[in-house]
Design a protein around this ligand. Structure first.
Ligand SMILES: *Cc1c(COP(=O)(O)O)cnc(C)c1O
Length: 377
């Protein structure tokens, strides 16, 4: 991005299913000075785990959540004066508390103003930002650190509407500058904006999906090759040879046409292996793509491994990632599921243990018990 552009890495939704805390630690090790999540609860969880860098809340903040946002020193996006008022009141109360010399307690609360330039989701209408800023001066304790907007079509081949949004945003920035008001960060671009146009960079960007090695869209020709971070694997739990005309799973939606070798995997839709992959998904066994047969169950699914007669119980099965010369990408899974790659990684279930590797070494494991074990380095 160059030195002029600050990076605000997005680790909402448990870092797109990858695990927010280990990813936050890795980002900090790599030099990240701040990070963003969606909700107050996500921010609190990171703070309680000891993450100290500024954490921006990209989602909405209700007035009743203002005291907690202040207590945990979170940096909310705001677009509603009622939330600003609640933040200011919480700040004022904190000033009056005798024990308010806790770390940072005397500082003002940083916020980023969210501007709606055409996304139609959250934000101050772009025509009313100056008014909002003026009204905000009635609420002491609030410091505007950023001004942000979000593009609705940055991932589409036609750049016209994204340009319109960027122009609206730039006009707002100019108006603000002319009044002499100083806001440190102006930001617009998520991953798609980063790759689609330099115009969208301003002095801060908010990459999410690209951090995890997944292209934000197949429409953008300017995305460099990215390396996926996540690989999902399981193993064959049970294997059986069945006669032609044998039905597999709920509803008997699959019937073998020939003698078949059917493997059962300990993975189901609770793990994020969607029901929509029933009779559609493919997995890798001994370097071969094998089809999911029958309906995906909550905890199990079946695959036809007849093309791999040497398959054994305990064989590695790759659901996402490489094996041998073959690979299954988040884009493939999304196509089979009728969704987008974002949802594929976000849906990986809580009970799926996450194992973190660095240069092939396990650096951390997060399992069902939510215990983190870190190598002492
Ligand atoms: C999720 C989100 C991002 C990151 O988007 P990606 O497409 O994953 O890069 C950036 N900004 C906002 C406001 C978001 O909600």
């Amino acid at each position: 991005m160059g030195k002029q552009v600050e990076i605000l890495p997005v680790i909402k939704a448990d870092a797109y299913g990858h695990g927010a805390l280990p990813i936050a630690r890795e980002l900090i090790r790599a030099g990240a000075r701040r990070a963003a999540v969606a909700t107050l609860e996500e921010g609190v969880e990171l703070r309680e785990a000891g993450v100290q860098i500024p954490i921006v809340l990209l989602g909405g903040l209700l007035p009743r959540q203002a005291p907690q946002a202040l207590t945990y020193r979170l940096t909310p996006f705001i677009y509603d004066l009622r939330t600003a008022e609640a933040l200011s009141q919480a700040w004022d109360r904190e000033q009056k508390e005798p024990e308010s010399h806790r770390i940072g307690a005397r500082g003002r609360i940083s916020v980023h103003l969210k501007v709606d330039t055409g996304m139609g989701r959250l934000g101050i209408p772009y025509t009313h930002v100056l008014e909002f800023l003026e009204a905000l001066s009635a609420y002491p304790g609030i410091e505007v650190e950023g001004l942000a907007t979000h593009l609705a079509t940055a991932d589409e081949p036609d750049p016209a509407f994204a340009k319109t949004q960027i122009n609206r945003f730039r006009k707002v920035c100019d108006q603000i500058e002319r009044t002499g008001y100083r806001i440190p960060f102006y930001h617009v671009a998520s991953s798609a904006g980063i790759f689609s146009s330099q115009e969208a960079h301003f002095n801060m960007v908010r990459p999410g999906i690209a951090l995890y090695g997944i292209p934000p869209s197949l429409n953008l020709t300017s995305v460099p090759p990215l390396k996926p971070v996540m690989r999902i694997k399981t193993e064959i739990l049970f294997l059986k040879s069945v006669a032609p005309g044998t039905s597999i799973g709920y509803g008997r939606s699959f019937m073998t046409a020939r003698e078949s070798l059917i493997a059962t995997l300990p993975v189901g839709y609770y793990d994020g292996y969607s029901w929509s992959l029933s009779n559609r998904g493919r997995v890798l066994v001994r370097g071969e793509k094998c089809p999911v047969v029958g309906r995906v169950c909550m905890d199990l699914c079946m695959v036809d491994v007849s093309q791999v007669p040497e398959a054994c119980v305990g064989d590695e099965v790759v659901l996402l990632g490489n094996q041998g010369t073959q690979q299954i990408t988040a884009i493939d899974l999304a196509a089979w599921m009728g969704t987008i790659p974002y949802e594929v990684v976000c849906s990986v279930g809580r009970r799926v243990p996450r194992i973190y590797l660095s240069n092939g070494d396990v650096i951390c494991v997060r399992g069902q018990d939510q215990v983190y074990r870190w190598r002492d380095t």
